[in-house]
Ligand binder design. Structure first.
Ligand SMILES: C[S@@+](CC[C@H](N)C(=O)[O-])C[C@H]1O[C@@H](n2cnc3c(N)ncnc32)[C@H](O)[C@@H]1O
Length: 339
């Protein structure tokens, strides 16, 4: 057998072909999540055994398992035998850090179609989601409940709760208003940590309609008010703290300023605004913020913003960021006040 010299560089053509098919690895992981494979891998199992339990075709499944092993979330300790790696644990539904719903969401046809149409975004600067779906991303979710439910669950499981609790001290506050708070995972955690705090959750009607259980499960339902509505209309006044978590990053500058003005109008002079979200910085250790930025633009025509870019936005609505903290998962928590 003739073998190539391991010291030779990998040909550029092979490297780029590998790069161009990297998306298949994420789809393989998405398929395995949808089949529930990570959930049954408590110990190494053969591909036939796995296929039998999740009702899949053994040979068909093998390529997906090997792709996931190439991506590092599975390992193949013996031929055709697979186990979950440490990295892969977050794909299990029962892992406290689980991002299983997020993985399923990322692989949805709605996203694939958006990528197929993304040349439009590059040429025009417009989001490409509406081309294949006839509506903007959030409008689409208003009439596609199953997709919206998956999106909301993905948001719940990826909410930066620990960062918020570490990055902001609510002990001086009596009332927090979470604007665009999804099903309330973050607000429920804050209310649970601060037993005298009251909360108000504002989000679109189809989202708020599914939020009560989050507060019941956290044992804080008696201290929360659910407000179905839009942050392009007035939001409840008088909160000590207003929370915008992963909201401003979904909108272009014009709409972001509208949202900030809505919130600013509701704030008292001594209220604080807390913004949670990914803010690209020199501390980033992965390419994920750049990838999310591309997502935001193709789906929503929006941008992730750095701390300095947030300061520019705040200046236009007579507000000022007073500090920010950046966390290992690249999420940030920023505090702002009315000038
Ligand atoms: C990326 S999610 C973030 C959810 C939550 N704050 C979190 O950090 O997990 C953005 C949220 O904005 C909500 N949203 C979109 N348009 C809205 C509008 N016009 N008014 C109120 N909420 C809206 C969505 O329903 C969604 O829950």
């Amino acid at each position: 057998m003739t073998s190539s010299n391991a010291a030779e560089p990998v040909p550029a053509t092979l490297r780029v072909r590998e790069l161009m098919t990297a998306g298949l690895l994420s789809h393989a992981i998405g398929v395995l999540c949808d089949l529930g494979v990570p959930d049954i891998l408590d110990a190494p199992r053969t591909h036939e055994d796995i296929a039998k339990e999740v009702d899949a075709h053994p040979e068909g499944l093998l390529s997906f398992l090997r792709a996931a092993a190439a991506a590092g979330v599975l390992a193949e300790p013996a031929p055709r035998t697979f186990e979950l790696t440490e990295l892969g644990q977050v794909l299990r539904a029962d892992d406290p850090r689980s991002i299983k719903a997020m993985c399923s969401l990322t692989c949805r046809d709605e996203f694939s179609r958006t990528w197929s149409d993304s040349l439009h975004t590059a040429r025009t600067g417009e989001p490409s989601f509406a081309i294949g779906h006839g509506a903007s991303f959030f409008e689409y979710m208003g009439s596609h409940r199953e997709f919206a439910s998956l999106f909301d669950r993905a948001m719940q499981s990826s909410a930066a709760v620990d960062n918020l609790l570490a990055g902001y001290d609510f002990s001086g506050a009596g009332h927090v208003v979470d604007v665009g708070g999804g099903r309330g995972t973050m607000l429920a955690a804050v209310l649970k940590r601060y037993p005298t705090l009251r909360g108000t959750l504002v989000d679109l009607p189809h989202v708020v309609g599914n939020a009560r259980q989050t507060f019941v499960d956290a044992g804080v339902a008696d201290r929360v008010t659910l407000v179905p509505g839009s942050f392009f209309e007035p939001v409840p006044e008088g909160g000590d703290v207003y929370l915008l978590s992963r909201v401003i990053g979904n909108w272009n500058d014009e709409d972001s300023l509208r949202i900030l003005r809505t919130v600013r109008t509701a704030m008292r002079p001594d209220s604080e605004l807390v913004v949670v979200g990914m803010m690209p910085s020199e501390n980033d250790r992965t390419h994920y913020p750049q990838q999310l930025d591309l997502y935001m633009f193709a789906l929503l025509g929006a941008r992730l913003r750095s701390y300095a870019e947030y300061q520019d936005l705040f200046a236009q609505v007579n507000m000022r960021a007073i500090d920010w903290s950046n966390y290992p998962d690249s999420e940030s928590v920023l505090r702002a006040r009315v000038l």
